[in-house]
Design a protein around this ligand. Structure first.
Ligand SMILES: C[S@@+](CC[C@H](N)C(=O)[O-])C[C@H]1O[C@@H](n2cnc3c(N)ncnc32)[C@H](O)[C@@H]1O
Length: 291
């Protein structure tokens, strides 16, 4: 999901802890997934991606994935298919988009489904499925690692989907600086700096997100915060070894020239929005699995 617009100096709203793993059953019951907000998300992302897709996420995934002509690539949690077009323009031989939301897959078919190289599958990527068949050269997963409940299961399936030595690229909200309801911008008037406040980090949380701001229907999705150690260890448990990491910053810059703008500009260049990881399929996951 594209991050919410930056609100430089919000008042502190106090602690809003989200739900720890012991409270998860209640959260799961409330979580209705992305289907109810599919029309909103499809409109937000559109034909070529949100502002963040176009300026930050898609350039980064193309750079790290380096798709080669003729390759087979699976887009895991593809949403309405925003990655299809850039990959087809890179002349990949086959593109498979997999997502749990039937409405988003329907939107993907309407937007990008005419090319014979493209196919779509409705599936829960945390469960074994036909797509995890060892036939793909590469996989991508954009803005969705924090949407799935069982990251190890998804990483294992991605590993199964890849050919030996296959690669996967993940782009997600930066787990250290972008935790919904737990991280905020603040302003220090004495030092004239914009700081990033992190209220919680170490505890895995399931955080309900109102996905369709401005509409009173209260549709929610669940954001699964995992600290970096858990995220990286989950990749290893899934049979994927990280070989490259990038931290992606906002392309947006304040236009003004006063102290606020200067501080905002500085902070935007210091605190990354997204974490990008490239991992390779490992044949013997037991070699890399953390106890
Ligand atoms: C924020 S959207 C990102 C979609 C797309 N990758 C993009 O960048 O626009 C998160 C997506 O993850 C999908 N998703 C969440 N959990 C899933 C699961 N267990 N299996 C398959 N898809 C899932 C949702 O349906 C939704 O399309």
């Amino acid at each position: 999901m594209p991050p919410p617009p930056r609100r430089p100096f919000p008042p502190s709203k106090g602690r809003n802890p989200g739900l720890t793993p012991s409270q998860k059953p209640a959260a799961a019951a409330n979580s209705r997934g992305w289907d109810p907000v599919a029309a909103w998300y499809d409109k937000l992302v559109g034909e070529s991606g949100s502002d963040y897709h176009q300026n930050v996420i898609l350039p980064a995934v193309l750079r790290m994935l380096a798709p080669q002509p003729g390759e087979s690539i699976v887009d895991v949690c593809c949403g309405q298919g925003v990655l299809a077009r850039p990959l087809l323009e890179s002349k990949v031989g086959r593109f498979l988009g997999v997502d749990a939301s039937p409405r988003l897959i329907e939107a993907a078919k309407v937007r990008h489904g005419k090319d014979p190289r493209v196919s779509w599958l409705i599936a829960d990527v945390c469960k074994p499925g036909a797509w995890a068949d060892g036939s793909h050269d590469a996989a991508a997963c954009l803005m969705a690692v924090h949407d799935v409940e069982d990251a190890v299961a998804m990483f294992s399936n991605i590993s199964r989907a890849l050919k030996p030595g296959g690669r996967a690229v993940f782009i997600l909200m930066h787990p250290c600086f972008r935790i919904p309801k737990q991280t905020h911008w603040g302003w220090d008037p004495d030092q004239k700096i914009q700081f990033r406040r992190v209220d919680r980090y170490a505890t895995p949380l399931e955080i309900p997100i109102t996905t369709h701001p401005g509409k009173s229907s209260g549709e929610q999705t669940a954001f699964h915060h995992r600290p970096l150690s858990e995220l990286l260890t989950s990749l290893g448990k899934g049979g994927l070894a990280v070989v490259a990491c990038d931290e992606l910053y906002s392309h947006r810059r304040s236009q003004g020239s006063g102290p606020f703008s200067k501080a905002e500009h500085f902070a935007a260049a210091e605190f990354p929005l997204f974490l990008a990881l490239k991992a390779l399929k490992v044949e013997s996951p037991s070699l890399i699995t953390h106890p």
